[in-house]
Write a protein that binds this ligand. Structure first.
Ligand SMILES: C[S@@+](CC[C@H](N)C(=O)[O-])C[C@H]1O[C@@H](n2cnc3c(N)ncnc32)[C@H](O)[C@@H]1O
Length: 166
């Protein structure tokens, strides 16, 4: 499979899972309060998608630089600039585990870099999520308080990860 094929599958997987998680969150409504957290704003495509699917829900985005498409910029105050290894724990320290949904897309397609992410990311994701909150991630998260969830039946065959905080 070419890298283009893989890229297309990856985006289809992101859309399938984000649609599923957002629909669940919309059903829960006030029963699952709190913002959505996007770790790795990048171009802003997945941020923009969640914004469209979750009207009225605050989305706080993190990234080491702000270079998103101008159509996909978070409002002032909802972008946390810096390395998530520092800004994630600082945000959790200030606000506690408040996120109803978290999407983390920090990978660059290099397996060795994913292995590094797998070391520091699970604890940060868990510290940001409220109990029952959903996490979607391009990297495997092994954490005793993150329970793997089943994918929707129509999911493309692409490696992505879906958890619930317990
Ligand atoms: C694959 S892109 C995200 C793409 C985004 N989901 C989209 O749809 O446009 C990953 C982003 O995460 C950022 N990133 C990776 N590791 C980071 C870290 N430790 N701290 C902050 N940002 C990071 C990268 O700079 C890049 O902008």
């Amino acid at each position: 499979m070419s890298r283009l094929d893989q890229f297309i599958l990856r985006l289809e997987m992101q859309r399938t899972l984000l649609d599923h998680a957002c629909a669940l969150l919309n059903e829960l409504g006030e029963a699952m309060p709190g913002p959505v957290i996007e770790l790795g704003l990048g171009n802003g495509r997945t941020f923009d998608h969640m914004r469209a699917k979750l009207p009225g829900r605050r989305i706080v985005a993190f990234g080491r630089e702000l270079h998103a498409n101008p159509k996909s910029l978070p409002p002032p105050g909802d972008f946390i600039l810096g390395d998530i290894r520092s800004t994630g724990p600082a945000f959790a320290e200030e606000h506690g585990p408040i996120a109803a949904l978290l999407h983390a897309d920090l990978g660059n397609g290099v397996p060795a870099d994913d292995r590094v992410l797998e070391v520091w990311l699970p604890g940060i994701v868990h510290s940001l999520l409220r109990p029952g909150g959903q996490a979607l991630c391009s990297t495997r998260l092994v954490h005793e308080r993150l329970r793997p969830l089943a994918f929707p039946s129509r999911s493309p065959k692409y490696e992505y990860y879906y958890y619930e905080a317990i």
